[in-house]
Design a protein. Structure first.
Lengths: 91, 91
DNA sequence: TTACTTATTAGCCATTTAGCTATATAATGA
DNA sequence: TCATTATATAGCTAAATGGCTAATAAGTAA
């Protein structure tokens, strides 16, 4: 599993962005509106998520629309379950 | 969900320690033997895991035995599934 | 072209992180 | 008590992180 996904998911702001994008695609501005951070700060979080391939972006006029890459998220969850789920030594 | 668990799990060395402890309790030295890092480095990783309550330690003579706190690990996985699992907007 | 809007990139700073070596602590046994 | 073993803590450094403001880019429309 790609280390960058773990790093991306280890920040509370980025996890909240992921949760927002679960509702559906959103522009960078719509995402930023949910936080008190400065807008460039959110932009950088989006870049981190993009490098982890957890989100994809697409320009639409002056807007940039972000959407969740559900595949990566689900692969990450599957990896976690495989490595850390179940299998208690005294199960 | 406690932020410290995410931070603890975001490091590859610590995840490997967790995987080792899934096999059963181990002393700090046994754990350190699985890595090329210096012993104090592993000791510090164990402290991070301890503060996240992912492991517990118990002195046994000169040894200190670490064991997994499976409850926390499973609660973390459950939280992840609840927040990020399923629920694709186009499912 | 100019002005406006949306968003990113650049550059800075403070804090955290992860590694190391050296030192300290705790338990045991001679 | 002294030595040995197992482990943690202290103190340092380099790199990464996350925040900010200021500047830049990209698109639209007058």
């Amino acid at each position: 599993m790609n280390e960058s996904v773990f790093k991306a998911m280890s920040d509370a702001t980025r996890r909240k962005i992921i949760e927002l994008l679960k509702e559906g695609p959103k522009t960078a501005g719509e995402i930023a509106d949910h936080f008190t951070h400065a807008q460039p700060t959110i932009s950088r979080h989006l870049t981190v998520l993009k490098h982890a391939n957890l989100v994809v972006d697409q320009r639409e006029g002056t807007f940039i629309i972000y959407r969740l890459n559900t595949t990566i998220l689900q692969e990450w969850l599957a990896w976690l379950l495989e490595h850390f789920g179940g299998g208690d030594s005294d199960e």
